[in-house]
Design a protein around this ligand. Structure first.
Ligand code: ARG
Length: 454
């Protein structure tokens, strides 16, 4: 399709390094949609005869049906999906096919096709996040009042509720979704009509093709239109950060399912066995979600490095934009679906969580807070007194809230019986009613707000 000035053909390896069809055939739907929009616009502008436009449109529709049926014949000599579609069209309708590429270049064509594809990826990711959010909220509601240890430094800090913990991940989902939505808003401009790099002398209607393809407007600069891949980076960044959040949650599931924790039981549907150890029940899906985030981060870095140092406008380096995007989108889709499924199906073990929460003297802060609030002790001194109570409990081999009133008063006489009911883990979480806090009523309020879509 470009050989007019060449006498010899390409070397075999030249052909191989140049061909992208095995990868970019995934753009076939977008390629056909954009070509149909382009042909219709050319006809409206009188650049293409109505008869040719009709033949092109019907032919493209047929090519689409063939590819859908799996009948695409890959030929490295035809390089990429754009040339495959056009070649097949010419086999079907003859010379009229050669008019489709009027006022167009593969440079604006691929930018347009790829934008349409990435836009669909964004919509897919948002749908995946919606499903994960639903799973998280459902389980949070079920466990809004169940106590678990809250950690800092992975050391028991203060008791929290499982519902609160799950809702923390829901906050990340909300931010992830807004990053995808933001990327979508910013990228939704049509490069079609930028032509090779400089625009075209034909009297195009770029607004018409933009709106036919669901874009908000045409891109404002043809050089930028053909060479911009920020939309890929935006998608990959949103995907990478989402995958990092999924990886953190996966890591918690892996820890919680291990015997020393025993906070969750992995249902059969989300476990694998070992070929040698019959006792094993492995959290492979969670581990793969954790691993996939590494690959998705790699995809983001690959795209950034491909762009770095590229002069305007198009260069063939940009053909390498597709593998990282496809890879990240596929991995993220699987990760989101697996995580939503695991969260929905996990069997939590609230008794075990509560027992561990109570074991770490985790209400020491509540004792200190009580001394401040009800006995007028300055916090620094109260912290010290409570620390001595923890030491006394440890020496006596019991939990802080099992110390008797006498034992507590021996540490500081300002302590009285009113403190006793404050030292259970249930009382502790119930007291944390500050906005955004872990008390069951605050968690239920957060769930209500989330369900109202805020
Ligand atoms: N397959 C190419 C790509 O994905 C299409 C654009 C080719 N443009 C060109 N001037 N050779 O980037």
């Amino acid at each position: 399709m470009w050989g007019g000035r060449f006498a010899g053909g390409p070397a075999a390896v030249m052909r191989e390094i140049n061909a992208s069809i095995s990868v970019d055939k995934r753009l076939w739907r977008q390629d056909i949609a954009a070509s149909r929009a382009h042909a219709a616009m050319l006809a409206d502008r009188g650049i293409l005869s109505d008869a040719d436009a009709k033949a092109i449109d019907a032919g493209l529709a047929e090519v689409g049906l063939e590819i859908e049926r799996g009948e695409l014949v890959e030929d490295p000599a035809l390089e990429d999906i754009h040339m495959h579609v056009e070649h097949r069209l010419s086999q079907k309708i003859g010379d009229a096919a050669g008019r489709l590429h009027t006022a167009r270049s593969r440079n604006d064509q691929v930018a347009t096709d790829f934008k349409l594809f990435v836009r669909q990826c964004i919509d897919d990711s948002i749908a995946g996040l919606d499903a994960l959010e639903t799973a998280l909220i459902g389980r949070a509601e079920q466990h809004a009042a169940d106590v678990m240890p809250g950690f800092t430094h992975l050391q028991s800090g203060q008791p929290v509720t499982l519902g609160h913990h799950l809702m923390a991940y829901r906050e990340m989902v909300v931010r992830d979704r807004s990053r995808f939505a933001d990327a979508r808003r910013r990228m939704n401009e049509s490069p079609l009509g930028s032509a090779a790099l400089a625009g075209t002398g034909f009297d195009l209607d770029r607004d018409a093709t933009a709106s036919a393809l669901g874009f908000d407007r045409p891109t404002a600069n043809s050089l930028d239109g053909v060479s911009d891949r920020d939309f890929v980076v935006d998608y990959l960044h949103a995907a990478a950060l989402t995958s990092v959040h999924l990886s953190r949650l996966a890591e918690e599931i892996i820890l919680w399912a291990s015997q020393p924790f025993g906070f969750v039981k992995l249902p059969d549907a989300w476990s694998t066995g070992s070929s040698i150890m019959p006792n094993k029940r492995n959290p492979d899906a969670a581990e793969l979600v954790r691993g996939h985030s590494g690959r998705i981060i790699g995809d983001l870095v690959a795209m950034l490095v491909i762009l770095k140092g590229l002069p305007l406008a198009y260069a063939k380096d940009l053909q390498d934009d597709k593998p990282p995007l496809f890879d990240a989108h596929d991995l993220l889709g699987l990760s989101l679906a697996a995580m939503a499924g695991m969260i929905a199906d996990l069997e939590f073990v609230p008794e075990k969580m509560r027992a561990v929460a109570a074991a770490g003297h985790a209400t020491a802060t509540d004792l200190a807070d009580w001394l401040v609030r009800d006995a007028g002790v300055p916090f620094r001194e109260a912290h010290h007194i409570s620390g001595r109570a923890v030491a006394a409990a440890e020496a006596a081999g019991k939990a802080l809230d099992d110390l008797t009133l006498d034992e507590l008063r021996a540490i500081d006489p300002r302590i009285d019986e009113r403190v006793l009911p404050r030292l259970s883990v249930e009382a502790s979480v119930a007291s944390r009613r500050s906005y955004g806090g872990t008390s069951p009523d605050r968690v239920r309020e957060a769930i209500r707000t989330a369900r109202e879509g805020r």
